[in-house]
Every structure is written in structure tokens, then in C-alpha cells.
Design a protein around this ligand. Structure first.
Ligand SMILES: Nc1nc2c(ncn2[C@@H]2O[C@H](COP(=O)(O)OP(=O)(O)O)[C@@H](O)[C@H]2O)c(=O)[nH]1
Ligand SMILES: [Mg+2]
Length: 213
């Protein structure tokens, strides 16, 4: 009897987990360095929880470890989509300590930062394979999207069959080109925004609710 009841309990728990609307989805924010991932993560966190996740910076690789904000409840059309936001370091093929030296840093500090940034990239890749249930892929729309890193990451995301939302950020900039991004990834929808100015966030939240519900 005890065994049967135990079994019944686990079945109930699993069923609840499968059908519960409140179970948050872990959504990773990926993309190249400086695309505006942390700016977006902070905006989402501030809009729905009142506080931020981490510092935004013009220094590449400022986010060297993944940061999380749990249970961010986004309300859309009377429904609540609960997500855990994971802000990842930008993924690049090369982390060079000399980049940090350009930002007036001591060599020791620059070397330490670039080592951490490399570990951060490895960690972000590990999470992509093991941990996240959906991806927000942020691109700087003033930059060329046809890079090996973007192609490789989108390819991995597709092979994992993760829902992915591609965001064309920095549309407040004069040289922003959204079409170039939708041409690069025609198999996905591209949503324009300015994470800095908060432009088009309503559509971004609509799409988050639609893709990650
Ligand atoms: N003009 C403009 N700048 C932005 C926008 N989003 C982010 N930035 C700037 O781009 C730089 C990198 O932003 P950050 O969020 O740290 O990028 P991350 O490396 O992808 O996390 C910072 O100087 C931001 O202020 C945007 O929508 N428009
Ligand atoms: Mg960042």
C-alpha cells in the first residue's frame, strides 16, 4: 500500500509539473558581446520585478559569468508567463586581453578578465546544451549579422529544438539595419527594438509570451 501511495504521489507531482502554468521557463539571452544583452535583461527585470540583474558596459565582456533573475512574471492578455532570465557573456571566437588594455586597465587585471571571459563563454555554451529551455538571441542591428559565431550558435539552438526569438537591437541608431538581420535568418522572426530607449518593448513582451509560454 505504502509503495502504491508513493507511486501515486510521484505521478501527481509529475502531472502537476507538466501542466502547471506557474513553473518558470529558463530563458537564456545569447548573442555576441556588446549586442545589448545585459541592457535588455535589466530592462525586462526592471519592468516586471522592479530591480536589475547586472551592470551594462561599453567594455566588451563585462558580463563574464552568467547571471540569473528568477521568477520574472510577464503578464500578457490576462495570462502570466513566468521565466527565469539568464544573462550570458557574449560568445566570441576570441577573447584577447589586449582589448581590455585599450580600456585603460592594468595588464594583470586585463589578463585575469580575459581568462574569466573565456570561462564565461564555455559556461554559456554548456548552459545552452544542458540548461536553457528557450533563447532570446540579441543582435546589434548596426553590425553585420553574417558571422561564424551567429551562424554556429543559431545552428546549435535549432539542433536543440529550442524556441528562439531573434531581436534586432539598437534601432535608435541611425545606421541600424533590421532587414539585414531578417535576411541572415529568414527561418526566424526578427523583432526590432531599442533595449536602451525601451522602443517596441510591447511587441517584445508579446513575443516572449507567445514563444515561451
Ligand atoms: N544606442 C543603443 N545602445 C545600446 C542599446 N542597447 C545597449 N546599448 C549599449 O551597448 C553597450 C553594450 O551593452 P550591454 O548591454 O552591456 O551589452 P552585452 O555585452 O550584450 O551585455 C552599452 O554601452 C549599452 O548602453 C540600444 O538599444 N541602443
Ligand atoms: Mg552583458
Amino acid at each position: 500500500m505504502g509503495l502504491l501511495n508513493g507511486l501515486k504521489d510521484s505521478v501527481t507531482r509529475v502531472t502537476e509539473r507538466l501542466f502547471s502554468a506557474s513553473e518558470p521557463k529558463r530563458i537564456g539571452i545569447y548573442g555576441p558581446p556588446n549586442a545589448g544583452k545585459t541592457t535588455l535583461a535589466n530592462r525586462i527585470a526592471r519592468d516586471w520585478t522592479g530591480d536589475a540583474i547586472g551592470p551594462e558596459s561599453h567594455i566588451p565582456h563585462e558580463t563574464r559569468r552568467a547571471r540569473r533573475k528568477e521568477n520574472v512574471d510577464i503578464e500578457r492578455n490576462g495570462k502570466t508567463v513566468s521565466i527565469d532570465i539568464v544573462d550570458t557573456p557574449g560568445v566570441t571566437t576570441k577573447v584577447d586581453y589586449k582589448e581590455f588594455l585599450e580600456h585603460d586597465m592594468e595588464k594583470d587585471d586585463a589578463v585575469r578578465r580575459s581568462r574569466e571571459a573565456t570561462e564565461g563563454v564555455a559556461e554559456a555554451m554548456h548552459w545552452l546544451r544542458e540548461d536553457v529551455e528557450g533563447v532570446i538571441y540579441v543582435l546589434d542591428s548596426t553590425e553585420d549579422p553574417f558571422t561564424q559565431v551567429n551562424t554556429m550558435l543559431i545552428g546549435i539552438i535549432e539542433s536543440q529544438e529550442l524556441p528562439v526569438l531573434i531581436l534586432a537591437n539598437k534601432i535608435d541608431c541611425e545606421d541600424s539595419n533590421i532587414q539585414r538581420i531578417s535576411n541572415a535568418f529568414p527561418q526566424h522572426e526578427t523583432i526590432p527594438l531599442s533595449a536602451l530607449e525601451g522602443d517596441n518593448m510591447d511587441e517584445v513582451y508579446d513575443k516572449i509570451a507567445e514563444y515561451f509560454a
